[in-house]
Write a protein that binds this ligand. Structure first.
Ligand SMILES: Cc1cc2nc3c(=O)[nH]c(=O)nc-3n(C[C@H](O)[C@H](O)[C@H](O)COP(=O)(O)OP(=O)(O)OC[C@H]3O[C@@H](n4cnc5c(N)ncnc54)[C@H](O)[C@@H]3O)c2cc1C
Length: 418
């Protein structure tokens, strides 16, 4: 079956169906229309929300500084204005890739010409004793953020964060700024060291400590304890009892692959796709957190759980759905904000394990760029409270040119000249 913008204008034709209501879904819908696709576009949003993005959830939205508008990559009115149908509160229940249909949990069946799986990821759940007590949260959705914001906004609560990754550290910062007392448990000696190494992880933990965050490391929860159904404390695996009005479990996410797997689509740490985001099933594509895409730069599959990848992947998937030649070859990028630390990172974390760390600037003043150099080449770079350098960092990585590390560390040498 072939569909072009001119042949698929009939509303009864199978059109483009997008499963998921996150950033990859919104970007794909926008790209389809921008590229001139005039046939039907249906977004099966899952949550009862207009498609939204998540980064503000743990930052400005949780802090009460940003409203719902900050969550919407496209205003609510964009969808009807562009004849994109959003099925809120409806989930895809099953796919039939031979028949090119999706069954929905409202009993309907949608035919598709091309299908995008943008189902994202969901928080990992660990069956800690007491995890079902009131006051114990995971954190992924707008509803999670609204519920937690209500509890944190007045301050004065004892919060125990189980998990020392980016989300755990961001929520710990926001909860502290709202006047709550936060204790954080993590399996690493230094939070974030798996991602950026202990030396740089210390920059973030030091800032948290200054603000009063208590770290119990390395430790996990042995038991979440309660009274009358409500959480009261957390007993750590190191035998410490931490008072808790609120417990947040942020121990990573797992890609939402069930739909694809049940349809016989290849799943391997996410839905496996080529660099044009095609799955193993004809006319089915995947993008965003759920997609494990072949990256042309490394020649290996990479599943990125970041905002920029959802945007870039949503675009590439839409172009591929339209039959255009498109490849997802962006250098992975993400950012975080914690207290007054703003950070951007680009590059290939998988290549940094045995890399040399080169720092330009000062870790003490927390204004620097860190580079990971492997075999004489920059494979990743991270700027903290230093701005407008991302393009240059990406240029160093993508050019694969050999660098002089002394010049790389020297703030007087423009990055473009290295
Ligand atoms: C709190 C938080 C803060 C973050 N901060 C940053 C940040 O600062 N920087 C950064 O780079 N990244 C950040 N991220 C990561 C970024 O938000 C994700 O990479 C991005 O949301 C991925 O978008 P997505 O569209 O692939 O998936 P998602 O946003 O997860 O959306 C997928 C949607 O699909 C729905 N769905 C699942 N199954 C079905 C089904 N069967 N039928 C219908 N719908 C379904 C889900 O309910 C969900 O709504 C953050 C994430 C979180 C949770």
């Amino acid at each position: 079956m072939s569909h072009s913008p001119s042949t698929a204008a009939n509303g009864t034709d199978p059109g483009m169906v997008i499963i998921g209501g996150g950033l990859a879904a919104a970007t794909a819908a926008e790209t389809l229309r921008r590229e001139g696709w005039q046939g039907p576009v249906t977004v099966v949003a899952g949550e009862d929300e207009t498609p939204y993005q998540r980064p503000p959830l743990s930052k400005g939205f949780l802090a009460g500084k940003e409203g719902v508008d900050a969550l919407l990559p496209l205003p609510e009115s964009w969808y009807p204005e562009h004849q994109v149908s959003v099925l809120r509160g409806v989930r895809a229940a099953a796919l039939d890739t031979a028949a090119h249909t999706v069954s929905l949990d409202n009993g309907e069946t949608l035919p598709y010409a091309k299908l995008l799986l943008a189902t994202g990821a969901a928080p990992r759940r660990i069956p800690f004793p007491g995890v079902d007590l009131a006051g114990v949260h995971t954190f992924r959705t707008k509803a999670d953020a609204v519920a937690l914001r209500e509890q944190l906004s007045g301050g004065g609560k004892n919060v125990v964060m189980v998990g020392s990754g980016w989300i755990g550290m961001e929520i710990a910062a926001t909860a502290t700024e709202l006047g709550n007392q936060v204790a954080l448990l993590g399996l690493e000696e230094v939070p974030l060291s798996v991602a950026i190494g202990a030396e740089l992880g210390t920059v973030f933990t030091a800032r948290h400590r200054e603000a009063g965050v208590r770290f119990e490391l390395p430790a996990s929860a042995a038991e979440i304890q309660g009274s009358g159904g409500n959480v009261t404390s957390v007993l750590t695996t190191t035998g410490v009892t931490l008072p808790a009005d609120i417990v947040i479990v942020a121990v990573g996410v797992a890609p939402n692959t069930e739909l694809a797997a049940a349809a016989g689509i290849t799943v391997n740490n996410g839905i496996e796709v080529d660099s044009s985001l095609r799955t193993s099933a004809p006319d089915v594509f995947a993008a965003g957190d759920v997609a494990n895409a072949l990256h042309p730069f490394t020649g290996t599959h990479l599943r990125s759980e970041h905002w920029a990848n959802a945007i870039a992947g949503g675009k590439v998937a839409a172009l591929s759905m339209l039959g255009q030649d498109a490849v997802l070859d962006d250098i992975p990028y993400f950012y975080t904000d914690q207290f007054d630390l703003g950070m951007e990172y680009s590059g290939f974390g998988t290549l940094t394990g045995d890399a040399e760390l080169v720092v330009r600037g000062s870790l003490e003043t927390r204004e620097f760029i860190a580079f990971w150099v492997r075999g004489g080449r920059v494979v990743a770079g991270m700027n903290v409270n230093t701005w407008d350098v991302q393009e240059a960092i990406k240029g160093l990585i993508s050019s694969r040119r050999t660098v002089d590390t002394a010049r790389l560390a020297d703030p007087q040498t423009p990055l473009e000249d290295i």
